[in-house]
Design a protein around this ligand. Structure first.
Ligand code: A3P
Length: 312
C-alpha cells in the first residue's frame, strides 16, 4: 500500500497538511476542488508539477471504479494489436494495471523513472480530475480517453473495494460510505464534477478528449472499441473488420475472460488483482442500496447534471 502521509518525506507534505481534511476512516484532503486520499496526494501533486507526456502517449482518465481496468485492457490490446498475438499476449500474464500504469502512483512510490522505460507509444492512466492534471497533458497533443459510469454503480463498486483494503482496520459501513460519496468526500470526488469537467472540455475540444460510458460499452462494445481506435489514431482496416478483429479484442478483454486468468485471480498485496474483477454489470446498486438511498443519489445526480446535455 502507499505509505500514510505521516510516513512519507514528500516535499509536498507541508502543503498537503494545510489542505481541508476529512476525518473519516479513509483520510481525504481537498485539493483544487477535489478530494483525494491522503496517501495518493503526494503522487498527484508531483505528477502535476513534473510529468511530461510524450506526444504520442494515450492518457486514460477516470473516476475510480468507473471501468478503468477494462478500458486499459481494450486500449492496450487495440493499440498494440500488431505487436502481440492473442496467444502470446502480455495481458495473459499481467493484470491490465501492470500493462497500463497509473501515472500518479509511480510518482507516489518515487519510481516515476519506470514510466520513462516504457516504449512508445505508451498508454498511461490517471484518476486525476481535469483541474489537477499536469498542464503539460492539457497542452500536449496526446489524446485523453475518459470512461465514466453511473454514480450508484460507482459507489457500490467503490464500497466493495474499500471494504477489502487491509490497511483499513475497520472498514466503513455502506451507510457511512454513502454519506461520504454524496458529499464528494471520496478519492477524486465529487464524481459529478469529475465527469462534468472532462465532459465540458471534450465538447470544446473533441479531438483531445473522448468520453466513453461504461453502460454503452457493455451494450455496444463494437461501437465503443471502433470509436476508441479511431480516436487514438489506429483505426481498424477493412481487412481487420472483415476478420472480426474488433470482436476478438472485445472477447479477449471481456470480464469473464480476464477474471478467469490466473494472474487476475492472484491474491498478493494490498490491492489484489482479483479486486478489480467483481461483477462487471450495470445495476448492481440494487443489491446494496435502499430505495431511499437510491432516490437521494439520483436526485443529487439530476441536480448536478441540470443544464448539461449529459447522461450516464
Ligand atoms: P463492479 O465492482 O461493479 O463489478 P475500475 O476498473 O475503474 O476499478 O472499475 C472496476 C469495475 O469495473 C468493477 O465493477 C469491475 O468488476 C468492472 N470490470 C473490470 N473488468 C471489466 C471488464 N473486462 N468488463 C466489464 N467490467 C469490468
Amino acid at each position: 500500500a502507499l505509505p500514510e502521509l505521516d510516513e512519507t518525506d514528500s516535499k509536498y507534505k507541508e502543503l498537503i497538511l494545510t489542505l481541508p481534511k476529512d476525518e473519516e476512516r479513509v483520510k481525504h484532503r481537498k485539493y483544487q476542488g477535489f478530494w483525494y486520499s491522503e496517501r495518493h496526494l503526494p503522487g498527484i501533486l508531483a505528477m502535476q508539477e513534473v510529468f511530461k507526456p510524450r506526444p504520442n502517449d494515450v492518457i486514460l482518465a477516470s473516476f475510480p471504479k468507473s471501468g478503468a481496468t477494462w478500458l486499459k485492457a481494450l486500449t492496450f490490446t487495440t493499440m498494440h494489436r500488431d505487436k502481440y498475438a492473442f496467444s502470446d499476449h502480455p495481458l495473459l500474464e499481467l493484470n491490465p494495471h501492470d500493462c497500463v500504469p497509473f501515472i500518479e502512483n509511480h510518482y507516489a512510490y518515487r519510481d516515476e523513472q519506470y514510466l520513462e522505460t516504457l516504449p512508445s507509444p505508451r498508454v498511461l492512466a490517471t484518476h486525476s480530475a481535469y483541474s489537477t492534471l499536469p498542464e503539460s497533458i492539457m497542452t500536449s497533443t496526446c489524446p485523453i480517453v475518459y470512461i465514466c459510469r453511473e454514480p450508484k454503480d460507482v459507489l457500490v463498486s467503490y464500497w466493495h473495494m474499500i471494504t477489502k483494503l487491509e490497511y483499513l482496520k475497520e472498514p466503513p459501513s455502506f451507510a457511512q460510505t454513502f454519506e461520504s460519496f454524496c458529499e464528494g468526500r471520496v478519492h477524486g470526488g465529487p464524481v459529478w464534477e469529475h465527469v462534468l469537467e472532462y465532459y465540458t472540455k471534450s465538447l470544446c475540444n473533441p479531438e483531445k478528449i473522448l468520453i466513453l460510458k461504461y453502460k454503452q460499452m457493455l451494450e455496444c462494445p463494437i461501437d465503443g472499441v471502433m470509436r476508441l481506435a479511431n480516436f487514438i489514431g489506429c483505426p481498424f482496416s477493412e481487412d481487420e473488420l472483415k476478420n472480426g478483429l474488433v470482436e476478438k479484442i472485445i472477447e479477449f478483454c471481456s470480464f469473464d475472460k480476464l477474471k478467469d486468468l490466473d494472474v487476475n485471480k492472484n491474491e498478493i498485496g494490498n490491492l489484489k488483482n482479483s479486486y478489480f474483477f467483481r461483477k462487471g454489470t450495470v445495476g448492481d446498486w440494487k443489491n446494496c442500496m435502499t430505495p431511499v438511498m437510491a432516490n437521494k443519489l439520483d436526485k443529487i445526480t439530476e441536480e448536478k447534471l441540470r443544464g448539461f446535455s449529459f447522461t450516464f
